[in-house]
Ligand binder design. Structure first.
Ligand SMILES: Nc1ncnc2c1ncn2[C@@H]1O[C@H](COP(=O)(O)OP(=O)(O)O)[C@@H](O)[C@H]1O
Ligand SMILES: [Mg+2]
Length: 326
């Protein structure tokens, strides 16, 4: 549904995109994950007919957005980073105007607006000016405006940036519901957790290059997959813990002295956990923790870019980072 082939965009000296190639299948949610300035919005604007690439080619539903922009505009819905709705109009008026721009008659524009307001749980706020909306409601009405034309391709540029975690979760659910009826979605995000939650496949973009691509699980597996981790209650038991992990895994355990824990890669997470549990029981070693952990997308991003992705919160000193799923 979406193809990009060696897309390059230079703004004078700024090389925003340096040869982006990607392909999104029909019905798929494709995530474009990258930090600020990576080139996400530039690619979105090119796909959405708003910007011409310096070189390279792209198509949406087989159509080149620069040869036939009108046909592509009929195919896509775009919810951009900057709210496209009018603050002084009500939620319903905003959606009706979009419908009129799609050349719907008054009654049909009204019907679609009502239907979308309902799906976005905005019916109660429909007749209030958008300037009175909360941040989450604004994002919803923005998303709603992109749905009026019943697009087969939905392009969402950082749909939840700046929202609090609960509102973000609600919006995720909404996006999932929307795509369950067959739309193809390209979604950009700087949140690893968001890509992990929503994307069937994703590309990691940094400085205008795609540096990794795959399903969230494939990207995590690149880091070596599951690890069995154990930490003894008594630090003196560490040597015995290590010798038990050696019996369960295939390679030498890694010992993290600061955290007082030992870990080892395993291929069958359940088998390894049960076997280790039995051995610890037999040897009567008291444990503070025993678990199988999987690398998070955070770890993936760190390992391929050498830096952490953006987070919505300051990094806590010692505790696990928010959003990290182990
Ligand atoms: N119109 C423009 N003129 C000059 N530089 C631009 C323009 N638009 C984007 N850039 C630059 O291109 C790079 C990529 O920007 P952008 O696509 O907005 O990244 P992202 O959306 O991933 O944060 C940045 O360095 C940005 O400053
Ligand atoms: Mg952007």
């Amino acid at each position: 549904m979406i193809e990009a082939d060696q897309v390059v965009k230079h703004f004078g000296d700024v090389h925003a995109l340096n040869g982006i190639t990607l392909s999104v299948d029909e019905g798929e949610i494709f995530g474009l994950l990258g930090p600020n300035g990576a080139g996400k919005t530039t690619l979105v604007r090119i796909l959405a007919t708003l910007l011409k690439p310096t070189s390279g080619r792209c198509t949406l539903g087989g159509i080149d957005p620069h040869r036939d922009p009108m046909a592509v505009r009929a195919l896509i819905g775009l919810a951009g980073q900057n709210a496209a709705v009018d603050d002084l109009l009500t939620g319903r008026e905003n959606l009706e105007i979009v419908g009129r721009l799609y050349q719907l008659d008054r009654a049909e524009a009204r019907r679609r607006a009502d239907d979308i307001l309902e799906r976005l749980s905005l019916t109660d706020a429909a007749d209030r000016q958008v300037r009175t909306y909360s941040g989450g409601m604004r994002r919803r009405i923005d998303l709603g405006a992109s749905l009026v034309g019943r697009p087969r391709i939905l392009i969402l540029d950082e749909p939840t940036t700046g929202l609090d975690p609960r509102t973000r979760n609600e919006l995720w659910q909404l996006i999932r519901d929307l795509v369950s009826d067959g739309a193809t979605v390209l979604l950009t995000t700087q949140y690893l957790e968001e890509a992990d939650e929503l994307a069937d496949r994703l590309a990691v973009i940094d400085l205008g290059h795609i540096i990794a691509e795959g399903t969230p699980d494939e990207l995590k597996e690149r880091l070596g997959g599951d690890r069995l981790m154990a930490s003894p209650t008594e630090p003196d038991d560490m040597a015995r813990v290590v010798s038990i992990l050696e019996q369960v895994g295939a390679t030498a355990p890694y010992v993290d002295d600061r955290r007082q824990q030992a870990s080892i890669p395993v291929t069958n997470r359940i088998e390894a956990l049960l076997a280790a549990g039995q051995l610890f029981e037999n040897e009567q070693i008291a444990l503070r923790d025993l678990a199988v952990t999987r690398p998070s997308l955070d770890d993936v991003f760190l390992s391929i870019t050498g830096k952490r992705a953006e987070t919505d919160e300051p990094e806590p000193a010692a505790a696990g980072r928010k959003g990290r799923r182990r």
